[in-house]
Design a protein around this ligand. Structure first.
Ligand code: GRF
Length: 213
């Protein structure tokens, strides 16, 4: 067995959070199924007060705080994040509401092994406060996107997307809740596809192969 693999050869997933961590929980819950090809090896937060830290600990997952305020530079902060990820044998890194923009160097180190979830249908509405932006623009549908992370924010190859309608009386909160429900479906699904080695990059297209029989 590959030494980087955990018990049973499951893909080791490190999750980076900054807040409530509901996407992290959705991945961890999916991992609980025996036939799921991945397990969460560590949850790291840059925010010591992130609610997701307690949620992870209550699920028996190792947690770590790497507070960016404790470092003189982004490079030092990221080195510490990397050290914790490596100490836990991380093979795939999932950003789940992680509110720091990672450096090009970090993105390169983890190229092809770094996923993010974004609450809009990229390439529309990159950046922050995107549920309100979608309502204000007047689009009739929005959704969420799981993508590989590259140095350019919210611009990496798209793995999966889910579409949700925008209702006339939606507020930022009602739309965010409808989108979040779908985030919790497609993020674990993307991790499963990655764990089953069914994702292949062709240029900026992510091709998904059929399940192996
Ligand atoms: C989600 O909407 C995600 O798409 C965005 O940040 C939010 C994080 O929520 N990147 P949670 O911490 O996973 O609950």
């Amino acid at each position: 067995m590959d030494s980087a693999m955990g018990d049973g050869g499951k893909l080791q997933v490190g999750v980076l959070i900054s807040g409530r961590g509901s996407n992290m929980v959705s991945i961890a819950e999916a991992c609980a199924a025996e036939d799921f090809p991945a397990e969460v090896c560590v949850v790291i937060s840059n925010n010591p007060k992130a609610a997701g830290l307690e949620r992870a600990a209550s699920m028996g997952i190792a947690t770590a705080v790497v507070d960016h305020h404790d470092f003189d530079s982004k490079a030092d902060f990221e080195l510490q994040v990397q050290e914790v990820l490596e100490a836990h044998g991380t093979e795939l890194v999932c950003l789940a509401g992680f509110m720091r923009v990672l450096s090009p160097e970090f993105c390169e180190t983890y190229e092809g092994r770094l996923l993010n979830i974004h609450p809009a249908l990229l390439p529309s509405f990159p950046g922050l406060n995107v549920q309100q932006a979608a309502i204000d623009y007047g689009v009739k549908f929005s959704g969420c996107t799981v993508h590989f992370v590259t140095a350019e924010v919210d611009a990496g190859p798209i793995v999966l997307q889910a579409v949700v309608p925008i209702e006339q009386d939606d507020t930022e909160d009602t739309l965010a809740a409808r989108i979040l429900e779908q985030e919790h479906v497609i993020y674990p699904e993307a991790v499963r596809l990655y764990g089953e080695r069914r994702l292949e990059l062709e240029g900026r297209r992510v091709l998904i192969s059929a399940p192996r029989t």
